[in-house]
Design a protein around this ligand. Structure first.
Ligand SMILES: [Zn+2]
Ligand SMILES: [Zn+2]
Length: 250
């Protein structure tokens, strides 16, 4: 072994000895070996996952404003999905959105931490025991080809459930445009209209289904997927997302 290599091996060993682990989000060093995030990133995570939220739209709301599980904004509004559970709120610059964006850009090893957050939301949802099928919100095949995976499918595989199975029989048949967060709800609904279909031989009829996605903005995508699943005979459609974006868009 050359001297230069030996020195670099020793330095690597020393590095691991002094800094046994780094934060999976921001690479800050951490000392507790049972955690993958530094105290700062954990703090931000707890901050954006803690609040009470509306089970129709997923947005933060005071528990005193909720009537029958629904916030004032959602009273009287029609959704194709029956209930939603979410891990947190999408606050730009904080650890949760940072991890979701990184997760979509190749850092699939974040699936454990994000899976943990999704499972916590699922357990606290009130509909977990009803679920028979998990359905990831599909990507168009061309987008999946470029990215190499569907982040929602990777997330679904991390969900813990004693009986529910995963189905990929909901497909995206049309490429949709990326929409800025500020696009109007009507524009978003138009963008996804007719974009989804079910495969022949699907087993959605009579089933209670939980759609899984990374981010909900206006809910146009989840709504369109839920509509297609209900048309295919699903008896209930729930939704589980990591983060609610567009807190102020109604
Ligand atoms: Zn960190
Ligand atoms: Zn609401």
């Amino acid at each position: 072994m050359k001297l230069k290599q030996a020195v670099s091996f020793t330095l690597q060993g020393l590095h691991q000895l002094l800094w046994p682990a780094v934060c999976i989000n921001c690479s800050e060093s951490i000392c507790e070996t049972d955690r993958s995030l530094c105290p700062d990133c954990w703090g931000q995570l707890i901050n954006c996952t803690g609040g009470d939220y509306c089970t129709r739209c997923g947005r933060d709301t005071s528990r005193y404003a909720i009537l029958g599980g629904v916030c004032p904004d959602c009273q009287g509004r029609e959704f194709h999905f029956d209930q939603i559970a979410r891990s947190g709120v999408y606050k730009v610059g904080e650890s949760l959105p940072q991890m979701i964006v990184a997760f979509k850009n190749g850092r699939t090893e974040l699936d454990s931490t994000l899976g943990f957050l999704a499972n916590s939301a699922l357990q606290g949802s009130g509909f977990v025991s009803a679920i028979e099928l998990f359905v990831p919100v599909p990507l168009h095949w061309s987008r999946r080809l470029i990215r190499g995976y569907n982040q929602s499918f990777v997330l679904v595989k991390k969900l813990k459930h004693p009986t529910a199975k995963i189905s990929t029989d909901l497909v995206r048949i049309r490429r949709t445009k990326f929409q800025p967060t500020m696009a109007s709800p009507a524009a978003r609904a138009r963008n996804v209209a007719g974009a989804f279909a079910v495969r022949e031989g699907h087993s959605f009829a009579g089933r209670k289904i939980c759609l899984v996605d990374d981010i909900k903005t206006t809910g146009a995508t989840l709504n369109e997927c839920a509509k297609i699943l209900k048309q295919a005979g699903a008896s209930k459609v729930f939704a589980l997302v990591l983060a609610i974006a567009g807190q102020n868009i109604s």
